[in-house]
Design a binder for this molecule. Sequence first.
Ligand code: NAI
Ligand code: MG
Length: 399
Amino acid sequence: MAKRTIVTMPGDGIGKPVLDETIRVLEAAGFEANYVQGDIGWEFWCSEGNPLPDRTLKLIEEHKIALFGAITSKPKDEAFAELAPELKDKKLVYASPIVSLRQHFGLDICMRPCKTYKGNPLNFIRRGADGGVEEPMVDVVIFRQNTEGLYGGVEWSNPKGIVYDALMTHPKFVENFGHVPAEEVAVSTRIFTKKATYRILKAAFEHARTYGYKSVTLCEKPNVIRETSGMMYKMALEMQKKEYPNIELWNTNIDAQMMWLTKNPEDYGVIVAGNMFGDIASDGFAGLIGGLGFAASAQFNSDNGVGVFEPTHGSAPKYADYPVSIVNPIAMIEAAVMMLEFIKEDAIAARIRQAVAEVVAEGKVRTYDMAKMRGTAEVVNKGAASTKQMADAIIAKLK
Ligand code: NAI
Ligand code: MG
């Protein structure tokens, strides 16, 4: 069989070291592939005025599967200030390349597993009824709608003309905001479509059925955000009743969920939510299993077969220029494992996951976050493993 080609997009900051180490792990595990690098990130915004050049989109279109490190985003004014001088009069506006990537390829399903590794010193613990310490096993998979809602980009500051007129047709706008001058108003919309809502619900229920989770929890706020969350809840009820009668549908509000996740996280299985609440819920649950060094994310479109796999952390600029990279590569390695599962390389995926589990359980090799140190360049002289040493330890455990 021809070797597969994987598009690698290291991006900015720590994206590069974690991706380099992940490719070493993939190769050591016997995954045979060619890698082509796709340009993405701040550097390309500054030099070309586009953080996601067309040539990168073409590469992904051709090869379908991509591993992405992380990018740096900065606010509007800072972004403009850093543009190359010759680009400054071109009316360019910075847009997050990862959000653009999701929209360009319709990567509407975002999946974020949060599963406890035994022996991880960062695991959530709580006090039990007898006063003793309990360490519940968390095994949650968050399905986040990835292209709509509050990240849809339909926004206005100082809404004018027909936009303002349209807002004024709503009695609540007239009542609550009608007296406020338009220049003091900013509006971000939260648009949900039935098609995308159906697809994310379907992906969540299918995952629950395939992997034996007993419940799907819809984590929204239908009592207040009646149109969008309300529509999603109604569709979830119908889907559960018609197609998944053996899976329980639970309904939690995002705010209450954030409180409950530290009380009984082991009770939850699959969680499904719109874009913003899915983002919040996944960071919340990630905190119970080790935080950003462990949280990975898959985003894909099952119709066109495009999948982009990434750690959920960002570019951590403060650690980017250390002579020896100190960050934990496990989140990126986990993302690569999800990629392997997506392309049906299950045996290699299982081998890597097992090796990671053994390294964590053994506890001899720990990056600074696992060693509970403050992240400075010196941690590697104080017993913390570097990014590379963690990858080496995982490679040594591969069977
Ligand atoms: P961040 O995720 O880059 O870093 C936050 C903190 O988490 C770090 O200072 C570090 O203490 C810890 N951390 C992150 N990754 C880690 C790892 N692999 N191992 C150990 N510790 C780790 O988020 P921050 O500082 O809010 O944003 C930095 C830049 O990244 C910003 O420009 C932001 O826009 C961007 N960003 C990009 C994302 C992406 O590419 N998908 C996601 C989140 C932020
Ligand atoms: Mg996030």
